[in-house]
Design a protein around this ligand. Sequence first.
Ligand SMILES: Nc1ncnc2c1ncn2[C@@H]1O[C@H](COP(=O)(O)OP(=O)(O)OP(=O)(O)O)[C@@H](O)[C@H]1O
Ligand SMILES: [Mg+2]
Length: 255
Amino acid sequence: MKQMTKVLTFSNHKGGVGKTTSAANVGAGLSYLEKRVLLIDMDPQSNLSQSLGVENPEISIYDCLKGDSPLVPVNIKPNLDLMPSSLDLSGAEIELSTEPGREYILRELIEPLKDRYDYIIIDCPPSLGLLTINSLVASNEVYIPLQAEYLAMKGLTKITEVIDKIQKRLNKDLKLGGVFLTQFDSRKILNRDVASTIMDFFGEKVFATKIRDNVALAEAPTKGLDIFRYDPKCFGAQDYLGLCLEIIEKDSDDE
Ligand SMILES: Nc1ncnc2c1ncn2[C@@H]1O[C@H](COP(=O)(O)OP(=O)(O)OP(=O)(O)O)[C@@H](O)[C@H]1O
Ligand SMILES: [Mg+2]
């Protein structure tokens, strides 16, 4: 049976936890595993676009959200496309704030493209504003990257509340896909403590794969490359591949 397209959002309103690194490398990893993947950059910072070597795109997601264009993804490598962002997206939250149905704009934009992809992966800004809400409304599942540090758990109830509200009011199909640790260093006792607290809180929703702290993951974007093209043997590539395999396995269990 043909697999249904899954739309996944990487979200956490805390900044710098690894949303963009994870969106880029889970997308690249799934494409490497022969899934057809579309990445969508919903962050005005445009880190996802830049990290894959796309700067100053002719048409950005901002133009699409404003209604001036359909989605026109650019091809990054076989099986991997990207709908890029641009800085003017920072005005979108305010510009769209009076638009009727403003929470559903991205969902509508994605609909005509769905058949072309197995996975559509959305990278969000570090906030829970309209851009994140649009992403969650368009999604089947939300993935939360967490840094294994002291304050990582603080504010987590906030994001689970937002997910609950979106489920109730705007997208009853939305599920918490899973939680995973990033920038993990098992030598640090604090990291191990946080890992066990997160297990207590999220239980089976926590992925077994932890993304280790690995400098190659920070270097790859400066070359405009995902980790599999930059250094396919490094820990970062191994960890993201492990996460991708868990995601695929989980999806086949869902069906
Ligand atoms: N596992 C890792 N090992 C080493 N460095 C990492 C790792 N994951 C992410 N980084 C680095 O940490 C920084 C923050 O990561 P990233 O940009 O993915 O976070 P983010 O949640 O998208 O941030 P923002 O909230 O600003 O969008 C980046 O410089 C990135 O290269
Ligand atoms: Mg980011």
